[in-house]
Design a protein around this ligand. Sequence first.
Ligand code: SF4
Length: 538
Amino acid sequence: MGASLGSGCQNSPVVVGQSQMVDAAEEPPGRPPGSALLPILESSCSSSAENGCRSESVSPIVVNLDAPLAEPVARARKSAPARRKGRTTVVESPAAHKVASYVMPGAMLAPPAADEAPGATPILRIDSPHNAPPADPERDAAPASQTHPADPPFYIVTPSRRPQNPRSRAFRKRFFPEATDKEWNDWRWQSRHRIKNLEQMERMLSLTLEERTALIEGGQMLPVGITPYYMSLLDAENAEQPLRRTVVPSSKEFLRSRGEADDPLGEDGHSPVPGLVHRYPDRVLLLALDFCSTYCRYCTRSRVVGHGELMANEKRLELAFDYLRKTPQVRDVLISGGDPLSLSEDKLDWILGKLRAIPHIEFIRIGTKMPAVLPQRITPQLTRVLRKYHPLWMSIHFLHPDECTPEAARACARLADAGIPLGAQTVLLKGVNDSVPVMKELIQKLLLMRVRPYYLYQCDPISGSAHFRTSIEKGLEIIGGLRGHTTGYGVPTYVVDAPGGGGKIPLQPNYYVGRDGDDIVLRNFEGKTYRYPDPVEA
Ligand code: SF4
């Protein structure tokens, strides 16, 4: 099934479609392995200057979201002559107007020139988004350093660009002026420079009394750790800013409320070997380590993470693998932690290899927050390791639309291009994402990053979490505000993880009103009722 972007174009940039990975051997010159590619089906545009499209000189691209990789066409494009014109690469290819080619996001088909003979070779322009200003010979001739093109939308990922959102740029200049580009974009540098104590924190944020008290009296609680990248997304002056609330501790964490517990899900009681939770019949949770690059103040496993007691050492993990070898009903392993992507490529390779060597383990998942808190971790080296172990899926922890930066989009694009299906897990948090507009913005941005919203979790009653927990009604209100009001793919399943180990229980607004004779009465997303004929069986 194809999806036409042309019909809805209102001077919008070309949207990244379902891009596909191309082996290094197939890569056109100058494109790094794993870069995003778009299948182009044909060129057509119903928009024009009359109906609002300011980009008169170009036609948008129609993207076939389901097209398989057309190797012969990709090869044809590879051999097409290319030349540079200002910031634009121009490719002349006889295939350009046909079921054409795989090109980078932002590629445009040039319009036929007024004097162009019918059947002349069409021209494919690369790196020129749909809303780019019309060609200007003087501007195009200027050196790149003198041009100031507007930043493209955050989800447009091009291999030639190492994105840095403006907030991070300003933060880095102010607090890490000595850091080179290479260092800032190096996940190990980011890990080494995490912000972990009061002294570092008060240099960067105006702390409230509650934050300062928590940092001074932290004691046994979940440690503090924030990557410089994630810190750059925080508001230095506003302690109520959603992202800041989730990572900067508050003395409210010291309060214990009714029903709270350190292990509310009863995981420790379902742990046959250290770091392995076996609660459901055919799947297990493997805690690879207890380290996270950034610690979330509402973490369900705050009793475990960050205390340096659960290491990724081979002796412990071998116990877990032994258990799995002897438990043939387990077909699905979720590797979580801590954040498993904090491990080196070699260690991940070893763990994944051990799991794949167990014949009855069919499905492997990784749970991570790296694309949100340390997107620099998603390197080509990492994806090269991960893609060896398909089918491999990934659940990414995203909370708020402010996390959807160009850096996060690039990280997700790399994972998706490596063939990893991406799902988002979001915890519903008071004052962070507990409103329909915020949640709608988040899920719509996630879809643009090719991440399917998967679960919306009711916040677990962990000790000291009252200031984060909303009512269940709030969660139902949010799902009711999404279902039918935005793309169905974006509506997550709202679940309560039952305290005591009962597992996930899905909740949704009640659309079933009841039976009336031979009819079922249903309520739609607008609250209107409808009848569905459903005769009672005699
Ligand atoms: S990333 Fe996950 S495991 Fe780590 S602190 Fe946050 S919620 Fe807990």
